[in-house]
Design a binder for this molecule. Sequence first.
Ligand SMILES: [Zn+2]
Length: 236
Amino acid sequence: MSNRPTNLLLASLSAADLNLLGPHLKPVELQQHKVLFEASDSISAVYFPYDAVISLVVTLSTGEAIEAAMVGRDGVVGASAALDGRISLSRAIVQIGGHGVTCPVDVLKQAARQSETLHALLIRHEQVVYAQAQQTAACNVTHTIEERLARWLLRARDLSQSDTLPFTQEFLGEMLGVRRTSVSVVAHTLQQAGFLKYARGRIQIADLEGLRQSACECYDTVSKYYDRLLGNFPNR
Ligand SMILES: [Zn+2]
């Protein structure tokens, strides 16, 4: 593993805590659409994404899969299992393919037993994921589809560090829990305003400031939770 991990949670660790994990972290390529685990699965490995973006989604018996939280370079996927959470509460699916590092859950569990600071960080991280899911629940019933779409694209951009996002309108509708036709209308408005461009199943953010203006407060609220989690990390 490189000396300078590009996962911000790992980068925020003290040298002592990083030493507990570092030798066990293996590079992993996370391919788009790969399911890391389903709800109720027991979790055997945790993932610290670099540029990959993972959605935690709630699946319903009718086939819908609505996103509750998005995890990427500012977090870790599956760490609740290292805190004795045992099973996954949601499906974890790779929304934007990319890279990261992985280690067995037992390694993280053991490290968290050895280090109080690491244990505390993992608990704070799970709280932030919970806070994000709460925010999403409030957002989905309160804010407009345009605000929600803008919020969603901004977070995906922050995590992937790319202005080009591999999402179709069908997919966005599914994640936001709205009809594809509603997403099309809103996407068209954002495109007309010059904030977004579309090409072959990809969305390009053309005017970041404009898109920020279009997003609801939930984008900033969630960003602030992560800033606080990551403490004084100097590059953020
Ligand atoms: Zn909102």
